[in-house]
Ligand binder design. Sequence first.
Ligand SMILES: [Zn+2]
Ligand SMILES: [Zn+2]
Length: 334
Amino acid sequence: MASSALPDLDQLRPAGTKRSGKRDQIVNTFLKQEGHLSADDLVDIIKREDQRISRATVYRTLQWMVTAGIARKVDFGEGRFRFEHSYRHPRHFHLICKTCNRSFEFLSSDIESLVEEIAAARGFTARQSVVQIYGECESCQAGRAPQSEGAGNSELLFARDAMRIAIATERSGREFYTRAARLVKNVRGRHVFEKLATEEIDHLERLEARYKTLLERDPELEARPTFLFFKGAANGLFAEGAELLKKPGMDEAEALRIGIRCERNSHRFFKRYGEKFEDSEGKQIFLEFAEEEREHLDLLIREYRALITRTHGRRRARTAKRPAAKARPRRQSA
Ligand SMILES: [Zn+2]
Ligand SMILES: [Zn+2]
């Protein structure tokens, strides 16, 4: 995990530009803000810190930050731009309340997949997608005063939701392997599933401990609205596999094949999204998790191959006595 709280400004500075104390001060102040600031909001904050910095300098620095990729410019249809920092700030879409003018961030894998699909179908290279949903927020509809402390830090929300998805996956994985271990008669096969169930429990404990640590960073974190919407992953990526195990006639080979499919999907899911996210804690969680799932996947594939070889070995030994029968190897499908 990147330990520095702020980016290295020297690295971000475009070639040929000078170091400026004022600019660094403005950038650092901007990066400490949450939410979506107008240029004037930032001027007010800066002026409170240092009267000597001019409005023009703040404007110029904001423009520079947009070019350098530190800030993103967002248009909520108010006739002026707002700015949010992109450093360790996950990519997201916006819900914008036209009554209280607050905005809420979220990310949806389904929207992103749809955008990719459409762009691909039209041979279009998408660089940026902006999704803004205008309407009225829950507090305004209920006539409650909006909570002033805002919607919370999106990076924390992202990490929270990434962990929730990983935890749900581990829970469904534990369920899957426990069920598979009960089902398999063969001692060796049962051990493999028991080992995986134990590993899932161990991962689960580590994730839950990490989740608790995360909650300490914001007392409201648990109650804040969902940021990451991952329809397929919400119930755990093994939930479907665990259901399939209930089918009559389930044997070790079939259970292994289902396990392989689940682990492969889970590995791909966490890797694909982990790689797409901007540098953040959520990204780290996804990538670490993808790696653990890959180890499980490798173990299952090895086990499946060993099982096939074993079954074949036995079959070959049996058929060897009958000279007419040809021991034709069964094709592996895993
Ligand atoms: Zn509102
Ligand atoms: Zn935003």
